[in-house]
Design a protein around this ligand. Structure first.
Ligand SMILES: Nc1ncnc2c1ncn2[C@@H]1O[C@H](COP(=O)(O)OP(=O)(O)OP(=O)(O)O)[C@@H](O)[C@H]1O
Length: 256
């Protein structure tokens, strides 16, 4: 469902080439729930942006639902839902329900199907109390639930989430997590999320990809991840160990 083959992305910054992502190869099968971890600046968001077609790889190949995301961005948009936790895709000054209607028009979703889906999402995400509220007046937790609904209204096969629980309180996080598990279990939606919250990994992800210095540093189950450290280490200890081990790697910047 998601495939990268030696994918790389560079940026030119003040006379130097930054290798944000390099030689990244992995496959995610339909219905998987995968977490992507990595220290700040590791290349997670760049990877997500290549998967959504926002960025074109400068080397290698990326496929999502059989499509090249940067060439088939419109076709892919119908099959993928995307949420950036730090940036809303909703219309700031419009009530949430108007944003949803715009999503319906953009994605050309049949009105009846849209209403069924909207009712399901309103119930599952408990949106009922604030669909008439302008997005700018929503709390972060409400806004995130709105963003998730907007990303799923066209019933995509793949859901890509960049830090979906960032800034949320424990109760809001628990609500979002149980919703995501339900979407994955009931609709078979393939989910890939990036996070710095190891609670997301423990509670949601069967598989973990760890990116460090733009490269894939680990790919396996949460059990495999825990087995990389001896004894009774916590997941925080295991991940800290892997992140600090990566510090010895060369910096991803070289002169042009
Ligand atoms: N548009 C850009 N122009 C120049 N450099 C960029 C750009 N986007 C990302 N980078 C650089 O690429 C590297 C990877 O950044 P990226 O945002 O993918 O990391 P990340 O793993 O998502 O980090 P974080 O966890 O802090 O969000 C960093 O060195 C970053 O400065």
């Amino acid at each position: 469902m998601i495939e990268t083959e030696r994918a790389g992305r560079t940026f030119k910054v003040r006379g130097a080439v930054v290798h944000a992502v390099r030689d990244l190869s992995f496959r995610i099968e339909p219905g998987e729930f995968v977490g992507c971890l990595g220290p700040n600046g590791a290349g997670k968001s760049t990877t997500i942006k290549m998967l959504c077609g926002i960025l074109t790889p400068t080397s290698g190949r990326v496929r999502v639902a059989g499509l090249d995301p940067s060439r088939g961005r419109t076709a892919l948009a119908r099959r993928i839902g995307v949420v950036f936790g730090q940036r809303t895709t909703l219309w700031w000054d419009l009530p949430l329900r108007d944003s949803f209607e715009l999503v319906r028009l953009l994605y050309k979703v049949d009105r009846k199907l849209f209403q069924v889906r909207l009712d399901e999402l309103t119930e599952a995400l408990d949106l009922g109390g604030f669909t008439r509220t302008p997005v700018r007046q929503l709390s972060l937790g409400q806004r995130m639930r709105g963003d998730l609904a907007a990303a799923l209204l066209h019933d995509p096969e793949v859901l890509v989430l960049d830090e979906p629980t960032i800034g949320l309180d424990v109760v809001s996080k628990a609500g979002i997590r149980s919703f995501l598990l339900r979407v994955n279990a009931e609709r078979g939606t393939t989910v890939l999320l990036t996070t710095h919250d190891l609670g997301d990994v423990e509670r949601l992800c069967r598989r973990v990809l760890l990116i460090d210095h733009g490269r894939l540093a680990f790919d396996g189950t949460v059990g495999d991840l825990m087995a990389t450290a001896p004894g009774q280490a916590t997941i925080e200890e295991v991940v800290t160990r892997l992140y600090t081990r990566g510090r010895a790697a060369p910096p991803p910047v070289e002169p042009v």
